[in-house]
Every structure is written in structure tokens, then in C-alpha cells.
Design a protein around this ligand. Structure first.
Ligand code: PXP
Length: 236
């Protein structure tokens, strides 16, 4: 099972002050040194965290795989075609959402999605679709010509303990179906240190995209060292 680290929230901290730090490029390099096999960023229409400049620099520095999540819009296709990340993941985007709220409705927007997939693939970019664990969405993704599917683990992550086994078996079933249709199978959203292992045991899932939980833990496990380093500077 490969881990791709979503570093959006490093940029969220930077944008809270519009300051030069923390630098997402540095975070990406450290994640790769620690064993991440991919770096993911979401270039949102409102640029609330990751900016085009970040994607450009990451394109030059990421050694593993650069995956850019984006809405299926002409503006985003233009940016991706220019910067050429290794992979684009098409996600739905609602202006005031805190984070991606659900999977892309490929069934409802089949023609638009197929058109965007074609444009990205023509630019030699692999395309993954972020969808809910629903067989109809998997079939529609095949018709849209995607290379990979990322299953939304959000509903599993937020399910009550009693509902989790049903969510898990739904994910296992659609993962099997997607692998059978020769998709590369990925998953992510809402995964934490406490809920990731049952997902990691699903054999057909090859890669997990995890962001919030890793950046949250980094801010805590790094706190003591950061304070010690500042205290040391004050001993003159
Ligand atoms: N996959 C997709 C498509 C996402 O939009 C996100 C959040 O940006 C993630 C995975 C990572 O989710 P989390 O930050 O909850 O780990």
C-alpha cells in the first residue's frame, strides 16, 4: 500500500499569515524522505491554500508522483496542461465548503467529465476520478475514460462504529469491481491514525491519499522540538 501525502494544510498555515513559511515544497521533500510515494495538492478555484506557484515549484521538485486535485473546469484544465503534473484527480468543488464534501457525480456529468479526461490525457496526464463507492459511478468512470479511481472514504470515516462494517464492505466490493475494470484503485478522505488500517487491508486499493490527519499530527509531535529550538535561541 502506497501513501500519498496531501500537503494542502501546510499552505493553509502559510496563508493564515500570508507569510513565506511554512513552504509546501519543503514539506513535500520531507514527506518523500520519510517514505511518501506521492504528493497531493488541491488547487482550489479560490486559491485558499495551494497557489499556482506551489504547483509549478512542486512540478520541479517532487521526486515521486505529483497529483493535483482540481475541479473539472476550463481554467483548471489550462493550468494542468501547462504545468503537467503526473496525475490530476477531478473533484467536485463547492465555493464555501470546508473540504471536498463528496465524490464527483460522473453519472450526471458523464459528457463533461469525459471531455475533460480526454483533454488531460491528450496532455499526457493520468486522470483519476474522486467518486463515492457506488457501482454506477465506477461504470460511468470507465465510460469517461479515466485511468484511476479514488474512492471517497469520508462516509466510512464519519460512520458510527456500528455502521462502519457496512461502509467497509461497500468499499471492498467497489474496489474489487474497479480493479476488475482495470482501474488503478486509490482511496482517501478523512483517514486517520485510528481508522486507516481496515482500509489498508483492502487488497485492491493501491494507494491512500491522506492530508489533514498527518499535518495535524506533525503540528503536535513537532511542537516540543520547535519550542526547544526557540528557547535555545533566547539563552544569550
Ligand atoms: N482525497 C481527496 C479527493 C481530497 O479532496 C482530500 C482532501 O483534500 C483528501 C483525499 C485527503 O483528505 P484528508 O485531508 O481528510 O486526509
Amino acid at each position: 500500500m502506497r501513501l500519498a501525502v496531501n500537503i494542502d494544510h501546510i499552505a493553509t498555515i502559510r496563508e493564515a499569515r500570508k507569510a513565506p513559511e511554512p513552504e509546501p515544497v519543503t514539506a513535500a521533500a520531507l514527506a518523500e524522505l520519510a517514505g511518501a510515494e506521492g504528493i497531493t495538492v488541491h488547487l482550489r478555484t479560490d486559491r485558499r491554500h495551494i497557489r499556482e506557484r506551489d504547483v509549478e515549484l512542486l512540478r520541479q521538485t517532487v521526486q515521486t508522483k505529483l497529483n493535483v486535485e482540481m475541479a473539472a473546469t476550463a481554467e483548471m484544465v489550462g493550468i494542468a496542461s501547462r504545468i503537467r503534473p503526473d496525475q490530476v484527480t477531478l473533484v467536485p468543488e463547492r465555493p464555501n465548503e470546508l473540504t471536498t464534501e463528496g465524490g464527483l457525480d460522473v453519472v450526471a456529468h458523464r459528457a463533461t467529465v469525459a471531455d475533460v479526461v480526454r483533454q488531460l490525457r491528450d496532455a499526457s496526464i493520468r486522470v483519476s476520478l474522486f467518486i463515492d463507492p457506488d457501482p454506477d459511478q465506477v461504470q460511468a468512470s470507465r465510460q469517461a475514460g479515466a485511468d484511476a479511481i479514488e474512492f471517497n472514504t469520508g462516509p466510512y470515516a464519519t460512520a458510527r462504529p456500528g455502521e462502519r462494517p457496512a461502509q467497509l464492505s461497500k468499499l471492498a466490493d467497489v474496489a474489487r469491481m474497479a480493479a476488475h475494470l482495470e482501474f488503478e484503485v486509490l482511496a482517501g478522505h478523512g483517514l486517520t491514525y485510528f481508522n486507516v488500517q481496515p482500509i489498508a487491508r483492502i487488497a485492491e486499493i493501491e494507494e491512500l491519499n491522506i492530508g489533514h490527519s498527518i499535518v495535524a499530527r506533525a503540528s503536535l509531535v513537532g511542537m516540543e522540538r520547535a519550542v526547544r529550538e526557540m528557547v535555545a535561541l533566547l539563552v544569550l
